[in-house]
Design a protein around this ligand. Structure first.
Ligand code: FPP
Length: 268
């Protein structure tokens, strides 16, 4: 299937190493990384990517040295203030996955303001993963469903992927098509564990501060060359089963879960 990815997610790794190899402080790597964020967001929007999700701060990142955490929070607040006009003019709507309420108030308010200011954007949804953890998101969703069961609003057997998905902070996003990780490591580090179940994974040695529009273009080109089978055989895909199931046309608004689509594909 040589279509454009609808949802691209990026693990922006390598800021610290990039800085250290230049004799700089780690936060300077993050500052340079913020510039790469700006360029990548703009390129993705111009390429027609509908959803871009960036791993900006994980739940585990709270364990980093305080000065680094503070520098990252300041950078995020600055990004939110400085880029909001440009983001709005590009038609980019910003959202957050994870726990915005965990952030210090100055950063939280700047991000909330950015969300409000860009809320009419209809070209691309930029999701910032902030205080985000894939496992934590699933645990919280399970807890919310358990509370509904406890209150007699839901039967355990009514719990399915659709209902679980609806409770996660990613519920407005379609599944990830392409997951890119910079910085040379090949792991997913608790990022979008549920949503990237069928994503193409692309690991690049490029350190995040050096990630340029051409790297994104290259990644998308590689993606276009892949055959996504969603558990089907190559022959079924060639025969159009995946297209017929409309997997790439998943509409997050009606939360249609992938298994139903696969059932439809198998029945065809
Ligand atoms: C991982 O690199 C990166 C982060 C933990 C933070 C990512 C933040 C930015 C790119 C800048 C701010 C974000 C926005 C949205 C404006 P690392 O520090 O773990 O790198 P290392 O593996 O080389 O140490």
């Amino acid at each position: 299937m040589k279509t454009q990815p609808r949802h691209v997610a990026i693990i922006m790794d390598g800021n610290g190493r990039w800085a250290r190899t230049r004799g700089l402080q780690r936060y300077e790597g993050h500052a340079q990384g913020a510039r790469a964020v700006r360029d990548t967001v703009e390129t993705a929007a111009r390429l027609g990517i509908e959803y871009l999700t960036l791993y900006a701060f994980s739940v585990a990142n709270w364990q980093r040295p305080r000065v680094e955490v503070e520098a990252l929070m300041r950078l995020l607040a600055r990004f939110a203030k400085q880029e909001r006009a440009e983001l709005r003019s590009l038609g980019i709507r910003v959202g957050v996955i994870g726990s915005l309420e965990d952030l210090p108030s100055t950063t939280r308010h700047a991000v909330e303001d950015l969300i409000r200011y860009t809320s009419t954007g209809d070209r691309m949804t930029l999701s910032l993963a902030l205080s985000y953890g894939g496992r934590q998101d699933m645990v919280e969703a399970a807890r919310a469903l358990a509370a509904q069961v406890h209150a007699g609003l839901l039967l355990p057997e009514e719990i399915d992927e659709e209902r679980l998905r609806a409770q996660m902070s990613t519920h407005r996003l379609p599944d990830v098509d392409l997951l890119i990780r910079t910085g040379g490591e090949a792991r997913v580090s608790d990022f979008l564990l549920f949503e990237a179940a069928y994503a193409e994974l692309l690991f690049t040695p490029v350190m995040w501060p050096e990630f340029r529009p051409e790297h994104l273009l290259e990644a998308i080109d590689t993606y276009r060359g892949k055959e996504r089978r969603f558990g089907l055989t190559s022959e079924q895909v060639q025969a159009g089963a995946v297209d017929a199931a409309g997997l790439s046309a998943f509409d997050p608004k009606d939360h249609l879960p992938a298994p139903q689509l696969l059932d439809r594909a198998r029945a065809s």
